[in-house]
Design a binder for this molecule. Structure first.
Ligand code: TYD
Length: 206
């Protein structure tokens, strides 16, 4: 059977990537593709429990505990949901994946990036996105879009979020074939047009 595609959506909180993911899903459905939408952390039942701790636990979460929680969620997600869907020929659109760990825990929390890359490898067990769309937005704009209702990660100060953005841009330099940059400062319509072009290009190549 023909394998599906695995596309990840990355960017800061407030980058608008989730809105665009849903727009892309509708667009691909209209073209007749079999599409599934998912997210990290927390797409499945066990993942929901992990997500709840990660985003809403109000006690201290040690940096390394946070890393393993994101990775535990990812390992479960890849094994029980993403890989089977790709094997069934579906296009999987995933809101955040391995690059979030490098950007947030690596660049943001300043944990060992090479170590995180190795841990990501263990969690994904050989899976790699066919394409990653990076929705890049200025940290100030992103923070305004997030507003006042912030979860545990969003509540970390603006300097952390600047480091996260910088981390994503470093990942882009390292992976120019896989990661495609989209200027998410633009209007929703313009961002959607840019995202569509990238998706169409990928589909034409497969
Ligand atoms: P979520 O509400 O899903 O945010 P968004 O809608 O912006 O994707 O919350 C996920 C949060 O977890 C977000 O702040 C990014 C963070 N995160 C990490 O720090 N590391 C990771 O590996 C992942 C997957 C997410």
């Amino acid at each position: 059977m023909k394998k599906g595609l695995f596309i990840t959506f990355e960017g800061a909180d407030g980058s608008g990537k989730t809105t665009q993911l849903n727009n892309i899903k509708t667009f691909l459905n209209e073209k007749g593709f079999d599409v599934v939408v998912t997210r990290e952390p927390g797409s499945l039942e066990l993942g929901q429990k992990i997500r709840n701790i990660l985003l809403h636990y109000d006690g201290v979460v040690a940096d390394r505990c946070e890393i393993f929680l994101f990775l535990a969620d990812r390992a479960q997600h890849v094994e029980t949901f993403i890989k089977p869907a790709i094997d069934e020929g579906k296009i999987v659109l995933c809101d955040r994946h391995t690059d979030s760990t490098i950007a947030y825990q690596g660049y943001g929390r300043e944990q060992d990036i090479e170590l995180l890359k190795s841990l990501n490898e263990i969690a994904v067990n050989g899976l790699k996105p066919d394409l990653t769309m990076l929705f890049d937005v200025s940290t100030e704009t992103a923070q305004q879009r997030v507003g006042n209702e912030k979860d545990r990660m969003e509540s970390i100060g603006i300097e952390f979020h600047r480091k996260v953005r910088n981390g994503y841009l470093e990942l882009l330099k390292e992976n120019p074939d896989r990661i495609k940059l989209i200027n998410a400062n633009n209007s929703i319509e313009t961002v959607f047009e840019d995202a569509k072009k990238i998706i169409i290009d990928l589909i034409n190549r497969n």
